[in-house]
Design a protein. Structure first.
Length: 107
């Protein structure tokens, strides 16, 4: 499930970057590449900050993750990753949808 959702998220990311390139008239491929770099860097930074905040606020203790078995801890982590991937899919879908619906410029 995680592999399929990650693949779907990657494809939607590429489509979102290509859709965002409709904002410029020249060198769209360069803008697409730049948007991909910026979006992936921003996603990694946001997720790193969220993980650091979770560790600093001891959310793991509140969820009683430390007292769980190893299998239970892995299941919680996979569930959180699935939720994050699904949220990114939704964001990329709506970026692409908005750009294609409102900003489509066929040349």
């Amino acid at each position: 499930m995680l592999i399929v959702l990650s693949l779907f998220s990657g494809i939607l990311l590429l489509y979102a970057c290509m859709a965002l390139s409709m904002l410029v008239n020249k060198r769209r491929w360069l803008f697409t590449f730049g948007a991909y770099i910026v979006i992936t860097t921003a996603m990694q930074t946001i997720l790193a900050v969220l993980v650091a905040l979770g560790a600093s606020f001891r959310i793991y203790d509140l969820l009683s993750i430390n007292s769980m078995s190893d299998f239970g801890q892995i299941q919680i982590v996979i569930l959180l990753v699935l939720v994050a991937e699904a949220a990114m899919c939704v964001v990329f879908y709506y970026i692409t949808r908005h750009m294609l619906k409102n900003r489509l410029n066929l040349q």
